[in-house]
Design a protein. Structure first.
Length: 82
């Protein structure tokens, strides 16, 4: 259970600038991101990665390389939120 919570917090932290809020609904606790701190470039790279893996059926290694190049390019271009 700790591993699942850690991966959820990591995912929220990767696409936003905050850890998000935890909301409890009975026995279920959800980690919800703060949408005001959303990183559009990170979200775009995440969507591209999902399309490459699930739609085009590229390997994870190839997708990782493309995402690394996109992130590096965005950082060199000075796009905010990298």
């Amino acid at each position: 259970m700790v591993s699942e919570a850690s991966s959820t917090i990591f995912t929220i932290r990767a696409i936003t600038e905050s850890d998000g809020d935890e909301k409890a609904f009975g026995p279920v606790t959800l980690a919800l991101p703060d949408l005001a701190t959303l990183r559009p470039v990170a979200v775009a790279i995440t969507v591209i990665a999902a399309l490459l893996i699930f739609k085009i059926r590229w390997s994870v290694l190839r997708t990782l390389g493309i995402c690394t190049a996109l992130g590096l390019g965005a950082a060199l271009a000075g796009l905010p939120g990298i």
